[in-house]
Design a protein around this ligand. Structure first.
Ligand code: ARG
Length: 592
């Protein structure tokens, strides 16, 4: 099904043509004066020069051709040459009914579906997830779901930070605490235990302690570097410890990401591509791309049109060690080999923008990717506290994601308990679902690149532009449908196949007009990788629904045809809202 504005453009274009003008002038937009009209066309203004005519004359010519249009109920040519438009209710009904009958509410299929890889999450092994990781996970998950819904093939990769000094620090910290462990016995030949010698809480204690000590104690730091070196060179005991660190850490990460409905198709990490680095380095040297500068191996990436200095991309340090970008480049090489994506999207803190610019240029220049492969940086802003500074715990420390989720759940639980009859268990479950909506909607409703303020009071409110408000609206619809269904089933046995009815009042028409934007919004959200578009849409839709609800007696309506139409409309609104929150990555309870 075509987008509504395209359908209207078609009708308007035909009128322009019939009146002797270019049909392209018939472009229709949503009205910016909703008090005057629903849609408008400014084509007569644009055509005035071309046809040497006053815009109002053109507008009147066109309006005349639209008399009796089945699509436009009102076409007003007004000075200086605007066409103000209102939709025919009969036609609106037709569009809504078509939307309801088609798969994905009439969303147009992709002509050329793409294979897209999304690099998001970016958790670091052995370190707890902190709020800095929340945005990558929440935005990346939604972009993945939106692109999938729009018909692309999408692969999400968590791209763990699982290599380098942090692993050496954990191993050294562990050796301090438990030097007797068999992993540190160089003469040990047997099989290592399958059980890890630490729990996740111990692991999360070891890393920060070890990291802090290495900053004060150079001898200790040297030991950690030595351990990193041994690990990277395959010393058995260290490798076995690394495996334990990975499995304990990943199990915990899965749990944490899971509590936010974040799932990855691939659990790959920096370690997976280390084996490709020597080959990649040789290739870059042989191709004449990389050269030695002050002992380091670099690739120039500046371009003539640059307005600011873009430093060369360093591939190997002068001591031969690889860097963060060496790994990212090797990862691109592996992704191209294993998956041949058309597009790779990185959902990373926007402070890494320049870094990714270097990596992308280097990958293009060295032909690690095809000329048509798209590399996209989706940089996000900082999540700030009420003071406008990066979000911290009350005592100024880094907030762990787990605690942030728990605090939001507690707040939600408190609000749900207030004035509601609900068992303890149910209230806990509902609070869990609603808290996820509060966190995610609070984040996703902002344009990703902007900073935003994490305001727990506002995010958990049932009123305003919030996740809980959207869920509340869905639950309200569900409860009306349940009541209707129970009555209907008792009488006739079924509530399927209800017919829509022509809108009879302004609120009902406005609701239908919001609904039919779905196609346009979902396309734009996928095109622009912009979950905030979906948020803005469901907020408008929920508002339109609530206005309709307050003005309409749904269950008390006596005309059965009319009531059937209301119910059909409610079902569609519910389904559209639920589809939208699903692509945002949260879901609604049955009651709340
Ligand atoms: N692990 C990194 C961090 O915590 C983020 C990784 C981002 N992705 C990438 N391909 N570099 O900062």
């Amino acid at each position: 099904m075509k987008k509504i504005l395209d359908l209207l453009w078609e009708e308007m274009g035909q009128a322009f043509e019939a009146a002797g003008y270019d049909p392209a002038l018939g472009k229709v937009t949503v009205s910016n004066r909703p008090d005057l009209c629903e849609y408008q066309c400014n084509g007569a203004m644009a055509g005035a020069k071309q046809y040497h005519k006053a815009p109002l004359v053109i507008a009147r010519d066109v309006a005349e051709k639209l008399e009796g249009s089945r699509i436009f109920k009102e076409v007003c040519a007004v000075a200086p040459g605007f066409l103000n438009l209102k939709l025919e209710e009969e036609y609106l009904l037709e569009v809504v009914a078509t939307m309801a009958s088609e798969p994905k509410f009439g969303l147009e299929a992709q002509e050329h579906p793409k294979k897209i890889m999304i690099d998001y999450g970016g958790a670091n092994v052995a370190k707890p997830l902190h709020v800095g990781h929340i945005r990558s996970a929440v935005i990346g998950e939604s972009v993945k779901r939106i692109c999938r819904y729009a018909g692309h093939e999408v692969i999400g990769d968590v791209h763990l930070g699982d290599w380098g000094l942090q692993m050496g620090l954990v191993i050294t910290g562990l050796q301090e605490r438990q030097p007797e462990l068999v992993y540190f016995d160089e003469n040990f030949q047997g099989e290592y235990p399958s059980e890890a010698p630490f729990t996740i809480s111990e692991l999360e204690e070891i890393y920060p302690a070890s990291s802090a000590r290495s900053k004060e104690d150079p001898e200790y730091k040297a030991r950690a570097m030595e351990a990193t070196f041994k690990l990277q060179n395959g010393v058995r005991g260290y490798r076995a410890l690394w495996d334990h660190i990975m499995s304990v850490s990943i199990a915990d990460l899965k749990k944490n990401y899971g509590s936010l409905n974040v799932e990855f198709d691939l659990w790959k990490g920096e370690s997976d591509v280390q084996k490709l680095i020597p080959e990649m380095v040789a290739y870059m040297k042989e191709g004449g791309y990389a050269y030695i500068s002050e002992g380091a191996l670099v690739v120039d990436v500046k371009e003539e049109t640059d307005t600011k200095e873009i430093p060369p991309c360093m591939i190997l340090k002068s001591d031969g060690a690889s860097l963060y970008n060496t790994t990212d480049l090797a990862t691109i090489m592996e992704r191209m080999r294993l998956y041949q994506p058309d597009e790779i999207i990185y959902v990373v803190d926007k402070r890494q923008e320049l870094y990714f610019e270097q990596v992308f240029r280097c990958a293009r220049k060295t032909k690690l990717v095809k000329p048509e492969t798209q590399l996209k940086f989706l940089g996000f802003g900082t999540m700030n506290g009420n003071d406008g500074k990066p979000f911290k715990t009350r005592d100024g420390g880094v907030m762990r994601l787990e605690n942030l989720i728990r605090e939001t759940q507690e707040e939600m639980y408190r609000k749900i308990r207030e004035g509601r009859e609900m068992s303890e268990e149910e209230a806990r479950n509902v609070a869990g679902l609603v808290a996820v909506s509060a966190l995610k909607y609070g984040d996703l409703s902002n344009q990703a690149s902007k900073d935003y303020i994490f305001d727990i009071d506002r995010f958990t409110s049932f009123e305003g532009d919030t996740g809980p408000y959207i869920l509340y609206t869905i639950v309200r619809i569900k409860s009306i449908l349940t009541k209707y269904g129970e009555r209907q089933k008792a009488e006739s046995g079924s509530v399927e196949g209800l017919a829509f009815a022509k809108p009879e009042n302004e609120a009902e028409k406005a609701l239908m007009m919001e609904l039919i934007q779905f196609n346009t919004v979902m396309c734009a959200a996928a095109e622009e990788k912009a979950p905030h578009r979906v948020c803005a849409y469901i907020y408008d839709l929920a508002n339109a629904f609530n206005r309709f609800y307050h003005e309409t007696k749904i269950l008390k309506e006596e005309d059965p045809k009319k009531q059937e139409g209301y119910i059909a409309l409610l079902i569609l609104v519910r389904d559209v809202l639920e589809t939208c929150i699903d692509v945002l990555g949260f879901s609604a309870p049955e009651k709340m």
